[in-house]
Design a protein around this ligand. Structure first.
Ligand SMILES: [Zn+2]
Length: 574
């Protein structure tokens, strides 16, 4: 058999040779034509057609010039005038969490405590005795009002416990920074009444069990205190995680997402991604941050170094995620001045700054980007300080380190220019502004909101590169909603009329770039993706209408019609 190979090779060369000759030119695997293509390439921003070979763009231009790439075996997609952009990049999300959220109770759309209890009651009917009922996505600030007793701004567990007396329930807050447990879950975790005199001594290491005046736990567990309940939840079995991965991939493709930046993966998640890659099932490109919560894992990665572009650029592991504070919703974001709606409360760091500094130093040494979750102005300042200190000690490696701050929601005005100066990338999720701005002003007050909250334009003008995204499953992955939030600074109901702090809106071009080329830059991938240019991967998103031109109030009606990854159609809308 071995000897036949050269003959077969020879024959196939001849066949290819003939078809090339027929076309009078090398032929492409795929030609996409008659499109309204926004290339995000400033040298030639619009095009009508693209030719692709081997999953890579080989030519971009007007229809007439690209037609010559069509041979008898070329797949041709006629866009019939539809709008296409480079494949969209989700710049900060939680890949497995997105899939798991689909397997658990989805509470993002719940508008009252009663409705939350109803959803749990339905789940109890389906559940087997003693089975945990898990969910996430509730947000008390998005409810019209909170029924029953309110302690520190949160509902209390009685109604939840009444609908599920025998099944333990744990529901994560939309922000991911708090959890809500029923009596059964607290009983399993051994969290009960605490005598008044012991209240001040309770230590949950960077978290809080919210208690009423008598010392009863109310069911709300903030930050690290969530672990008190979480450690009793049985690990999802491998089969369930694989199902979650499949759901996450499908969710990306249906939403036009061709690359996903995973903001904090543990050992199991990294292994799953690798398994999916090996099995040819990873149909979305993943760029992963290794979670720093597992220091053993972190040390292994320091020793091993980054892994870049595995399997045709479908998997890259080259960043480290640190969690430095909580969220504004749960008042866990760390502020320079006290919360406007809770005097004497500043929030707190969830990781010592010394750790941020050490990881920043080691990241430079071992070639990893460092990406730190920072929401409050105090955390942002301290993290910038730690990065800066590490940069000064290793100026060679720091020249193009592309360290990131994830969220960068609330900044002190003095720190805004530091992003551009230090080359630190703010990875900001525009949809958070749309969802949170209506109540965030209660937490921060007007001055801090105007001076430094969600200040996209100030950051861009100071020379920073913004990576956009959704933080899915904190928000749905829908890039159209985040694009709309970026350009309108309105809620998804279209309020207020002029948008919040309208001078901070992104232009449509900036918003598209934050979802494509700039997101790629935030991952050292701008040379292989993020624009429609020869030599880059053939990842594209096709839309039902021209989202760069339609009136602003019609942008949200845009649908994803087609998603192409590596030159292959992975999704077509029915
Ligand atoms: Zn996140």
């Amino acid at each position: 058999m071995k000897n036949l190979c050269p003959i077969i090779l020879y024959i196939s060369l001849v066949i290819v040779g003939i078809s090339c000759k027929d076309a009078g030119h090398e032929v492409a695997d795929l030609v996409i034509k008659n499109g309204n293509i926004y290339t995000v390439n400033s040298a030639s921003p619009k095009a009508g057609a693209v030719a692709v070979t081997g999953g890579v763009i080989v030519d971009v231009g007007a229809n007439e010039t690209i037609d010559r790439w069509i041979g008898k075996d070329t797949e041709v997609i006629d866009l019939q005038g539809k709008t296409m952009t480079p494949g969209l990049i989700e710049g900060h999300g939680h890949f497995l969490g997105m899939g798991q959220a689909k397997l658990n109770l989805e509470l993002l759309d719940v508008t009252s405590y009663e409705q939350l209890a109803e959803r749990v009651a339905e789940a109890v009917e389906e559940a087997s005795p003693g089975e945990w009922i898990l969910g996430r996505g509730w947000h008390q600030s998005k409810w019209d009002s909170i029924s029953g007793t309110v302690v520190k701004g949160f509902q209390t567990h009685e109604m939840l416990s009444a609908v599920s007396p025998d099944n333990p329930v744990f529901l994560r807050h939309a922000s991911g920074h708090a959890g809500f447990a029923n009596a059964k879950a607290m009983e399993i975790a051994g969290v009960g009444l605490l005598a008044k005199e012991s209240l001040s001594k309770e230590d949950t290491h960077g978290g809080e069990i919210i208690r009423d005046e008598q010392g009863n736990p109310t069911g709300i567990f903030n930050e690290t205190a969530m672990g008190l309940i979480g450690k009793h939840i049985p690990d999802a079995d491998v089969g369930k995680d694989r199902r979650a991965m499949e759901l996450a991939i499908q969710e990306c493709l249906e939403n036009g997402i061709t690359s996903f930046q995973d903001a904090g993966a543990g050992r199991n998640q990294i292994k799953l991604a690798r398994d999916f890659l090996d099995e040819g099932k990873l149909r979305v490109r993943l760029w992963m941050m290794v979670s720093s919560r597992d220091t053993t894992l972190l040390n292994e990665w320091y020793a091993r170094g980054p892994e870049i572009g595995l399997g045709d650029n479908f998997l890259t592991i080259r960043a480290i995620k640190i969690h430095a504070d909580g969220a504004l919703g749960s008042r866990g974001a760390w502020l320079l001045a006290e919360y406007a709606d809770r005097s004497g409360h500043f929030g707190h760091e969830t990781t010592p700054m010394q750790f941020v500094y050490e990881v920043a130093k080691k990241g430079l040494k071992h070639g990893f980007q460092v990406c730190t979750h920072a929401i409050g102005d105090r955390t942002n300042r301290e993290v910038l300080d730690m990065y800066e200190k590490a940069f000064k000690e290793n100026p060679e490696a720091a020249r193009d380190a592309r360290y990131r701050i994830e969220h960068a929601q609330h900044l002190h005005p003095a720190d805004i220019p530091r992003f551009g100066e230090l080359g630190v990338i703010p990875a900001m999720q525009a949809i958070h502004m749309s969802s949170d701005r209506p109540w965030a002003i209660d937490r921060l007050g007007e001055k801090r909101i105007i001076d430094g909250a969600y200040v996209w334009q100030k950051l861009l003008q100071s020379g920073a590169v913004i990576v956009n995204g959704t933080d899915v499953p904190v928000e749905p992955i829908d890039p159209i909603a985040s694009f709309y939030a970026s350009i309108s600074r309105k809620t998804l109901k279209g309020e207020p009329e002029e948008g919040y702090e309208p001078d901070q809106k992104m232009t449509r071009a900036q918003a598209l770039k934050s979802y494509t080329l700039d997101a790629a830059y935030g991952a050292f991938e701008e040379n292989i993706k993020g624009s429609v240019e020869p030599g880059k991967v053939a990842d594209f998103t096709v839309y039902s209408q021209d989202l760069m031109q339609v009136p602003e109030n019609e942008v949200l009606e845009t649908r994803i019609d087609m998603t192409i990854v590596n030159g292959k159609i992975e999704y077509i809308r029915d």
